[in-house]
Design a protein. Structure first.
Lengths: 304, 235
């Protein structure tokens, strides 16, 4: 019998546990190859109120079992998103959350207000964890008061589900997780990329023009499993695990560690069909172990 | 320089000059590696490579019968539909890879083809060139014209170029309307990661994998495009 893989993340009912992570799936219109039947949801590329050019090249560098990126949240701005992409999302059979970014709590709030009620927008993922912008981003994500202020600014402007994407660059992720939960977040995405650096030994300077970048890929997976687990122990709202998932077993590690769902990112760069492969692998694991639904999957989640 | 062939019937049947494939292997580096399609015959495609980093070294270690994942054909190739009588194909170093299919398609379009190929030394020249006229050039003068391929090239109605970005910048100065295939690092090859940013003279960036890799030379901001890629990937 086919296991039931549907999950509930806050008030959002998803047909499966595997979503596309922000910045790895564009606006959902770019990758032609993916079998979308398995896609439980998509988090859009991060958007600001205004268009952004992004950082100068080189923007990416491969590292052992991972990659550094400093794209700088290149994007067309919220008006173009509403005009060009949201109408397409409205016809899709999975929800799209918009990853929102700002240089102040007020800007995040204004973005939520602009997007609230736009057909095709099912919810928000607040990005307080981007390492590749000079203003905002990660700097909101490592201060519990700033993280809560951004969350409240968004919460007060929308009734849609609000997820908050956490940065790993903190000494205690539980503190940030509890702060944004108290500020009204419906779920947490844990975690964004780690700040890293790599040097060009011919030019004697960083390989990325932005100097530093966000490290993703299998290199960060054990770190991400740990942080997602720490976040899940700290809060009552669901945690969506993200970080280096390449295969179903990787996703299952996050689920067993206490996550309700997962996001797949860098794997899609390597294998455009990665999300379907991970989904199918989870289904096969469940069937082999005799689990009828993800509620049957044992979790390791001792409470703090 | 090595030529590697892959059985890839769908790609072989549809690839156009200037398009590329993104090759991935397990075990291998995390990211795929982009290669211009060098030739496409029957069910087979070929790519040209040098062992420039750990990834290409692993690709070169493949043996007959091994399997790799080939994603393609990707990108927007050369436009040969413009009205023209003559075409100059200008290739430098590994840029030779984009040219056999360009020569094939140009001939099919009834164009007179001059292929100018340059390298640093005679040893690094590719011997498999194809055209109504072939001009070779070496930086050290050890074979053919002593100087760059750009300096050796005649004027033509259409100019198509592929090679190091420094060479393409020289092409842009001489023929602003030339079509050039740029070189960038690449993440996904499918348009989602925005890693292969190409700076444009009109401002902003677009994606070598999707809007490119072929550009009208004057559309690229050559000052802002890295002129040299360091391939020392230790992955």
């Amino acid at each position: 019998m086919t296991p039931n893989l549907s999950v509930e993340v806050g008030r959002l009912r998803l047909r499966g546990p595997v979503l596309a992570a922000s910045g790895t799936f564009g606006y959902g219109t770019e990758v032609p190859l993916l079998e979308r039947r398995a896609l439980a949801g998509m988090v859009s590329k991060g958007i600001f109120l205004k268009p952004r050019a992004g950082t100068a090249p080189p923007r990416i560098a491969e590292t052992p079992a991972g990659m550094l990126n400093a794209i700088g949240l290149q994007g067309p701005g919220v008006d173009a998103l509403i005009r060009d992409f949201a109408p397409q999302w409205a016809g899709w059979d999975f929800p799209v959350l918009v990853n929102i970014n700002g240089e102040s709590a007020a800007e995040y709030g204004e973005l939520a207000a602009r997007l609230d009620g736009v057909p095709g927008v099912a919810g928000f993922e607040i990005n307080i964890s981007c390492p590749n912008v000079d203003q905002g981003g990660m700097y909101f994500g490592n201060d519990p008061r700033a993280a809560a202020a951004v969350t409240e600014a968004v919460r007060s402007r929308t009734k849609l589900p609000v997820w908050v994407k956490l940065t790993p660059m903190v000494s205690d992720i539980g503190v940030i997780a509890r702060a944004v939960e108290a500020a009204g977040a419906d779920a947490l995405s844990a975690v964004n990329t780690f700040v890293g650096m790599s040097m060009d030994l011919n030019a004697y300077q960083p390989r990325l023009s932005f100097r530093t970048g966000g490290l993703s890929g299998p290199a960060i997976r054990p770190l991400a499993v740990h942080l997602a687990h720490q976040a899940a122990r700290a809060v009552d709202i669901p945690v969506v695990g993200v970080g280096g998932i390449m295969r179903a077993e990787d996703a299952l590690e996050f689920l067993v560690a206490g996550c309700r769902a997962v996001q797949v990112g860098t794997a899609t760069f390597v294998n455009p069909n990665a999300i379907a492969d991970v989904h199918d692998g989870i289904a096969a694991f469940m069937a082999a172990r005799g689990f009828e639904s993800l509620d049957d999957l044992p979790r390791y989640l001792p409470r703090d | 320089m090595w030529v590697l062939g892959f059985a890839a019937p769908e790609i072989a049947a549809s690839v156009k000059a200037g398009q590329f494939v993104n090759i991935g292997m397990r075990p291998g580096p995390l990211l795929r590696r982009p290669f211009s399609v060098y030739r496409a015959t029957g069910d087979r495609i070929e790519v040209v490579l040098k062992a420039v980093g750990a990834g290409t070294a692993q690709i070169l270690a493949m043996r007959e019968g091994d399997v790799a994942s080939c994603l393609g054909p990707l990108g927007r190739g050369f436009d040969l539909t413009r009205s023209a009588r003559t075409v100059a194909l200008i290739s430098g170093g590994l840029g030779v890879a984009a040219m056999p299919i360009a020569a094939r398609d140009a001939r099919a379009a009834g164009l007179q083809v001059t292929w100018v190929h340059g390298a640093r030394t005679a040893d690094e020249l590719c011997s498999e060139t194809d055209g109504d006229d072939v001009i070779l050039a070496t930086d050290d003068g050890s074979a053919g014209f002593a100087g760059t391929a750009v300096a050796a090239a005649p004027d033509a109605d259409l100019v198509l170029a592929c090679g190091p970005n420094r060479m393409l910048a020289a092409v842009a100065r001489r023929w602003p309307q030339a079509q050039v295939a740029v070189e960038t690092y690449m993440g996904c090859g499918t348009g989602v990661c925005l890693g292969c940013a190409v700076p444009l003279t009109r401002g902003g960036y677009d994606r070598a994998c999707t809007e490119g890799p072929v550009y009208v030379a004057s559309d690229v901001d050559w000052q802002a495009l890295p002129s040299h890629l360091s391939y020392a990937v230790s992955a």
